[in-house]
Design a protein around this ligand. Structure first.
Ligand code: NDP
Length: 335
């Protein structure tokens, strides 16, 4: 069975020499443990932060140890004394970046693969979807009639955030994404009112065009120059949910702050950072609502997948550089 370890801390963009794929023997599960054959791995932008050695809300990866991350798989062996998890169950857990994992049975969550394909629990029905839903509703406190701007809108979180806003009565949902194809998908399939390509114009010009009357809510996935350009577009009493700042994740020095931040005072803006894991108590209500939307076709989602555990690092580099529309995943070979 193969697994990825971090062997060096990346300087700037992660390089193949920063990681290693090892072949290891996977033991049988001990008492209270299960062995899982992973079928899908999640690769996520926050993993870039874990490659650096600095304090954060999630501890850094350790050098020469297998990396972790979201995964779903099938239970293939169950140890003594395990209750509530059976052979053949589809489970969600955090031992990604590898083909097989042995872990405590209470560290896996059995998911209903009839409700949605297993990998949806890594995306629209999982932490990704929850991030979008709590970001729009609890953090930005979107109200009916609001104009909502989403950056990184064709990504996993952004595409769901825009659709949650629409379904909750936003008067317009506006997105920015990299490239014409992503923009077309937002307009034609994901129900965005307006969308624009962030590579085709300066952020200030793009947002002026897209938001002639301003925005009440900004769901920010990218930070940097886009955040700087969004603040002048905000209406009084607007709310900015600071979800991510991917434009700076590979930066080797701290990016300059938004020079427009002073506008937040006169406009009485609220800017609030949030971390989805503080909102896990909302999981049940989120799952019920999102599952309903998906079943009715009100929420559409896309996945971009690479094949085989050997492709996981490329998939990870891809999510940082925009190779994905919707959730970036790695599909593992069935054996
Ligand atoms: P995405 O699926 O959105 O993938 C990342 C996307 O970011 C890429 O596809 C690319 O799309 C875009 N991007 C990369 N570089 C830039 C840049 N310089 N400027 C603008 N866009 C860029 O990933 P996720 O949906 O998983 O995550 C989205 C954001 O949400 C990230 O910032 C992540 O860290 C954050 N996050 C925060 C959580 C929280 O609890 N606060 C939880 C989960 C995610 P494009 O082609 O459009 O440029």
């Amino acid at each position: 069975s193969r697994q990825w370890s971090l062997v060096a801390r990346p300087q700037g963009e992660p390089q193949p020499s920063d990681v290693r794929l090892d072949e290891v023997d996977v033991p049988d599960p001990g008492p209270g443990e299960v062995r899982v054959r992973n079928t899908w791995l999640s690769v996520d932008p926050y993993m870039r932060g874990r490659m650096d050695d600095r304090p954060s809300y999630v501890p850094p990866f350790r050098l020469e140890e297998p990396m972790t991350g979201g995964a779903v798989g099938v239970v293939e062996l169950v140890g003594d004394g395990v209750e509530g998890v059976a052979e053949g169950d589809c489970v969600l857990h955090d031992r990604g970046w590898r083909e097989r994992a042995v872990l405590r049975a209470d560290a896996v969550r059995v998911v209903d693969a009839d409700l949605a394909p297993a990998q949806a629990y890594l995306g629209v029905l999982g932490t990704t979807g929850l991030t979008a839903w709590v970001g729009v509703l609890d953090v930005a406190q979107m109200r009916e009639g609001d104009v909502v701007l989403v950056s990184g809108a064709a990504g996993a979180v952004g595409s769901v955030a825009g659709q949650v806003a629409r379904l909750k009565g936003a008067s317009a949902v506006v997105g920015t994404a990299g490239g014409e194809e992503k923009v077309r998908w937002l307009l034609d399939d994901a129900g965005f009112t307006r969308a624009g390509d962030h590579r085709s114009a300066s952020p200030a010009d793009l947002l002026r065009d897209l938001l002639p009357d301003g925005a009440d809510v900004y769901f920010d996935n990218v930070g940097g120059p886009t955040l700087e350009a969004a603040l002048p577009r905000m209406r009084d009493h607007g709310r900015v949910a600071l979800c991510g700042a991917i434009s700076g994740y590979n930066a080797t020095s701290a990016p300059p702050g938004p020079r427009t931040l002073g506008l937040a005072i006169g406009k009485r803006l609220r800017l609030e950072g949030f971390i989805v894991t503080d909102h896990l108590d909302r999981t049940e209500e989120f799952t019920r609502e999102m599952a309903g939307w998906i079943a009715r076709g009100d929420v559409v989602y896309r996945e971009t997948a690479t094949e085989g555990v050997e492709s996981a690092f490329d998939a990870f580099r891809g999510v940082l550089s925009g190779a994905n529309t919707g959730k970036m995943l790695v599909r593992l070979d069935p054996d």
